[in-house]
Structures are given as C-alpha cells and as structure tokens.
Design a protein around this ligand. Structure first.
Ligand code: PEP
Ligand code: MG
Length: 536
C-alpha cells in the first residue's frame, strides 16, 4: 500500500483501477512525407486497427447496453468504410506529400464540414462522430490507448486534465481524475464538480501505476495505491456515508429571507450539458443559473449547427419546465479551447481572444448561437447571459445582435419568447466599476467570482502555486461584488452569484447580507448549499 498526497479539487471518494492517459488531440502538425507509400501503409494499418476496435466495441455495447448504444459504433464503422473518406486521406498524403497524421486531421475536418453542411439531420449528427474517428485514427498512428476501449470505469491519471477532456470523456467510464497540474478554480475542476466526479491534482503521472487499484480521496487530496483490505473497507464506508447524507439532504427544504426585503435567496444550478438539468432538478435546484454552452463546441472539428444547439437548449428548458434557464453565450478561449475555432498562440490567453471577443469577431458563430437560444425560449423560461463584458458598449452591441436575430426569426415565422432577459456577467473589474451604467441596460447581473478574483488580484485561476494569493474573499473582490449588487438593486435588477464562491459554505451568510438574490452552484455542491441555507 502506498499513499501519495496531493490536493483535492473535486470532493468525493472513488475506488478503481488507474488508467494512465496520454491525450491525443484532434490536431496534427503538418510534416512532409519522405515516403508517401510508407505513410499510406501506416494510415491503412491505423484504419484496419480502428475497424477491429470498433467491431469489439459494437459487440460489447450491444451485449451490455443494447441496440441504441451500439448504433453509435455502427455509424463509426460506416464512416470508416466510406470510400470517399478513404480516398480523401490517401490523396492528401500523395498529392500534398504529407504524413498520415496530418492527412487524417485535415481530411477529417473537410469531411466533417461536408457532413454538417449537408442539411440532412442524420448526416449532420455524423459530423460529431468524425471527431471521435479522427482521434481514434490519430491514437492508432501514435500507438496510444483510448478510454473508450476500456471495458470498465477507471481513475484517469494524466499530467493535466483540461476542460475539453472532461467534456470529451465518456462519463460512464470515469470514476475520478488524478492530475499533476490543476487548481480548484480551473474549468476542469469546475466541470468535474458539475459531473460529480472526484478529482485531485499535484500528483505526477506515473506509467508504472497503470492498471493498479487505488482509492482517490477528492476531499483531502490523497491517493492510496494498492490499498489493503482495511483501506478499501474504509473507502466503501465513506462512500456509503456520502450517499446516505445526500439522500437525507435531498429531502430537506430551506427558506431564507434576505434581511429587510423579505425576499428568498433562490438556489440555482450550474450545468455544462443539457442532461445535467435532470440531476439539478433532483437535487432541488430552482432553475439553471448558468448553462456553460461552450461544452457543445468542444472535442469536435466542426461547429455545432443551429439545430444541434437548439435541441440542447430546448432540452434544458423543457426539463426545467417553466423554471429559469440562463444560457451563457460561448465563453471559449483561455483554458477552454475548441478545435472547431481557430486560436493563435497567445502570450496571455486569459487576457486574450476569449468569449465575446470571439463572438464579435465571428458574427456567424454568435448569431447562430443566439438564434438557437431564442428558438429554445419558446419552450421555457430562457434568458441569455453575456460573459467577459468590459464596457457598456459591448453590452449594447450584444443587445443589437439579439434584435437582429429576433427580426430574422419574426420574418421567418419562427416562434420565440419576446420577453427574454439579457444579463451581463460581472467578472472583470471593469464591469464591476461601471456596473451603475451596465445596470441601466442589462436585465440582470451574474457575478462570475472565479474570473473576477483572477483579474482583480492578477492571479491566474489555473495556477496552483498562487493558491495563497487567489482568494475570492479578498476585500477588493468583495468590494467589487457589493458595488455591483448595490448598483443593480438601485436599478431594480436582480443579481445572481454563479462563480465557485457561491458554493463556499463560509460565504453564504455574507452573500445574504450583501443582498445577492440568487446563488448558482455546481451539481456536487447543490445539496450542501441547500442544507446550509436551510440552517441559517
Ligand atoms: C466565473 O468566472 O466565475 C464564471 C462563473 O465563469 P467561468 O468559471 O466559466 O469562467
Ligand atoms: Mg468566467
């Protein structure tokens, strides 16, 4: 038995086998091929291996999960057997004289774009499969393993788990995350908490641990490798206790009045995928305070279509049946990259091409998303939230885009709600400092304390070494929050706190005193926050 100490970044206990994971992205460098024949043969071998792997996966999922689950692999096989894709890749190798990896990457992108532009719903959905297929072919070319090939769920061990990793893994195959890099405020940690997956960082990945049984304690950041009977039993008891506690908390209710006003603090949930809304409801969320829509854009090489986005937003709205659902427009960039959008190398990505900056640069992407959100508003209580606002003009520009979208939809006779609310995220010191002006034009505020802390204290939220500096309770951060709440209230607007500070039990009383109207928290924190609100 060996105990390794790190840092817990997503609470929970998990026991299972370690899977040493080396990420293969969807991107491959362009390398000139000295021998195109050899590259073609390498590709053919990778292709044949992929077909064999998928055959096995098809049979296994048919047996274990039924026809519907197996159909995914049937579709993958169909694409791999498509002569058009085969020719595209081989011709790229021969005509462009490039390595097999680059030909797979480039042809995969072209093929996905063709599928998503086909106008046919079935083929549009296949464009998503292309990302999986590209990754599998690249993995085979590089001789790496894929988590999708695992017959059982595992503890993923890697140098770094990125936000797009958490979005890309098959949730049913993940028991926990063990990484070297990563802080509790990174998006990967936040998404792990959203998915209720225990995670820890500060552990150097070690290939010799691959396949070993371990217990991950995401509360205390302890990894126990080769646990003895007693350690396994203790972990099991701990997991049972957690489940019992959750069941008890689920039954609780709360009712907290904000001092003087008689208003209740509403408890909402942060989600990244539409299906998480179901869990949110189960845990008593009164709405979705933050739908991080960027998940839909990750791990794929073509942009999600309006139809695909519409379906996701509509599903969340319908699940919540009349309860509010705040959909944030894409906040990609910094530690949330997507292969379907081009990002240049940047010296300071957190201060760079991100969120609305991408949207204003790519109105095609922005308007497609807004159309999908507005269409979904016909099916529930949907609002839009704009991230990374730094000026009042930016917010007005967003409003202008929504007006154009509404005019288009009206002309096309497509239904939408005409009282959809538009919110501004207060997550830059600039937004807090001009919150008086912003409150005049925004319908509500949502305070993103994660970024607000990072930008106020000049401390990278992803850098674990700055743990002592990155402090959401810092008086400067709290002053900016109070200022924003007061300005919003003096314009009669509501304020939600949707950063991780909202899940911080020690902050809840203060949140009530400041006058925060809504707390929106990750799924794993919902029950605890609810119980705390109940006990105040
Ligand atoms: C925040 O910055 O607090 C926030 C909620 O947004 P994200 O964590 O997605 O950047
Ligand atoms: Mg943010």
């Amino acid at each position: 038995m060996q105990q390794i100490n790190g840092m817990g970044i997503s609470g929970g206990i998990a026991t299972g086998r370690i899977f040493f994971y080396e990420k293969t992205g969807l991107y491959a460098e362009r390398r000139t091929a000295d021998d195109v024949h050899k590259e073609t043969e390498r590709f053919k071998e990778a292709l044949n291996t992929a077909k064999d792997q998928i055959d096995i996966l098809y049979e296994r999922s048919l047996k274990e999960m039924g026809e519907k689950a197996a159909a995914v692999f049937e579709a993958h096989l169909m694409i791999l057997e498509d002569a058009g894709l085969y020719e595209l890749i081989v011709n790229t190798i021969i005509n462009d004289r490039v390595c097999a990896e680059y030909a797979v990457y480039k042809s995969g992108q072209e093929y996905a774009q063709k599928l998503s532009g086909s106008g046919d719903e079935y083929f549009m959905a296949r464009a998503e499969d292309m990302a999986d297929i590209t990754r599998r072919l690249l993995q085979n070319l590089k001789g790496k393993k894929d988590t999708k090939d695992l017959p059982y769920p595992v503890l993923i061990m890697s140098e770094e788990i990125t936000a797009s990793d958490t979005a890309g893994f098959d949730r049913d195959k993940i028991l926990g995350f063990i990484s070297h890099k990563g802080s509790a405020y990174s998006h990967a940690a936040i998404f792990s908490r959203n998915m209720n997956i225990p995670a820890m960082s500060g552990i150097k990945p070690d290939a010799s641990l691959d396949g070993k049984v371990a217990v991950l304690d995401g509360y205390n950041g302890i990894l126990t490798v080769d646990p003895d009977e007693a350690a396994l039993k203790a972990a099991e008891e701990r997991m049972k206790e957690e489940n019992d506690k959750a069941a008890k908390l689920k039954a609780g209710i709360y009712d907290i009045r904000i001092k003087g006003s008689g208003r209740r603090i509403k408890l909402l949930a942060n989600i990244g995928r539409a299906e998480e809304a179901v869990k949110a409801l189960e845990c008593g969320a009164e709405g979705i305070g933050l739908f991080r829509s960027e998940f839909l854009f990750m791990n794929r090489n073509s942009l999600p279509s309006e139809e695909e986005q519409f379906r996701a937003y509509k599903a969340a709205a319908e699940t919540m049946s009349g309860k509010e659902v705040v959909i944030r427009t894409i906040d990609l960039g910094a530690d949330k990259k997507a292969e379907c959008i081009k990002f240049d190398e940047e010296t300071d990505p957190a201060l760079g091409y991100r969120a609305l900056r991408i949207c204003f640069d790519r109105p095609d992407i922005f308007k497609t998303q807004l159309r999908a959100i507005y269409r979904a508003s016909a099916y529930g209580e949907v609002s839009v939230l704009f991230p990374m606002i730094v000026s009042a003009d930016e917010f007005l520009k967003c409003r202008k885009y929504t007006e154009e979208v509404m005019e288009d939809l009206k002309r096309e006779g497509i239904a939408f709600s005409d009282d959809l609310k538009l919110g501004a995220m207060i997550e830059t010191p600039a937004a807090a400092l001009i919150s008086d002006e912003l409150a005049g034009s925004a319908d509500f505020f949502s305070i993103g304390s994660n970024d607000l802390t990072q930008y106020t204290l000049a401390a990278d939220r992803n850098n674990d070494r700055l743990r002592g500096i990155y402090d959401p309770h810092h008086p400067a951060v709290l002053k900016l929050i109070e200022m924003s709440v007061n300005n919003a209230h003096s314009h009669g607007k509501l304020v939600c706190l949707c950063g991780e500070l909202a899940s911080d039990i020690s902050f809840i009383r203060k949140a009530a005193e400041i006058g925060i109207d809504e707390l929106s928290v990750s799924l794993s924190a919902l029950l605890n926050v609810r119980s705390e609100l109940n006990s105040l």
